[in-house]
Design a protein around this ligand. Structure first.
Ligand code: 6GU
Length: 225
């Protein structure tokens, strides 16, 4: 999978993909992330990329020209399966969407800043709008990082068996059950006996029951359909 990201804050996207699992995914050639600074595509002496909103009101709006120039430069090199705009008024990201997107080859992500981007770019270039939750971030970069991470870890070969994405919370529609590691007893706090029993079927049943119980109390909405 190749992911291109358009941003006015490329520094914000330097860290997240340079470590741990995202780094391994790239080292193995399974994931390529290319961050593109929008600023050089700005117009005039000051490389302007934003302007006042028509109709007035506080906040600047990212202009068409720089975004379109960079987008079309990238599109000349490859066809994107989706052009994703990260925005708090987009579709709320869920695991089902991550699973689907992880099967695509080329994704272009566009990070907004200020009051957002000119609606005409959304109308004519963007194919999917994603939010990562009901709260407002100062820009789309951290949301893009979340999306890239959630996709990268689903690519075949990125996670080993021991960290398989199949046992994640949400992957089967339930929250994950509790987990424990050594020591068996810590300050008198004990690991549940069943996990030490060696009885695989009973352990599986216990985990399922725990996952169901957690989901019922914490996220009953997940059980609704
Ligand atoms: Cl994608 N962008 C911004 N700026 N804020 C957000 C968001 C995205 N998702 C949740 N809040």
């Amino acid at each position: 999978m190749r992911i291109d990201i358009i941003t006015v804050q490329p520094q914000l996207l330097e860290g997240p993909f340079s470590h741990s699992i995202m780094k391994r995914a790239q080292d193995k050639g399974l994931l390529e992330v290319h961050v593109h600074d929008l600023r050089p595509y700005g117009t005039g002496k000051y490389k302007q990329i934003d302007d006042y909103a028509f109709g007035g009101g506080a906040g600047m709006v990212m202009q068409m020209e720089p975004l379109v120039t960079l987008t079309e430069e990238l599109q000349a090199e490859r066809t994107y399966d989706e052009i994703i705009y990260l925005t708090p008024d987009g579709e709320q990201l869920a695991q089902s969407r991550c699973n689907g997107l992880s099967l695509r080859q080329n994704l272009l992500m566009v990070c907004g800043h200020y009051k957002g981007i000119d609606q005409r770019y959304r109308d004519h270039f963007v194919t999917l709008e994603i939010s990562i939750g009901d709260y407002v971030l100062s820009g789309g970069e951290l949301a893009a990082a979340v999306l890239v991470d959630s996709l990268g870890r689903l690519l075949p070969g990125v996670l080993g068996d021991e960290t398989s994405a199949l046992t994640d919370s949400f992957q089967d529609g339930l929250l994950a059950p509790p987990v424990y590691t050594r020591p068996k007893s810590y300050r008198g706090w004990e690991v549940p006996d069943i996990l030490l029993s060696g009885h695989e079927a009973k352990i599986e049943q216990w985990r399922y029951d725990q996952a169901m119980e957690r989901t019922k109390t914490r996220r009953p909405d997940l059980l609704e359909d």
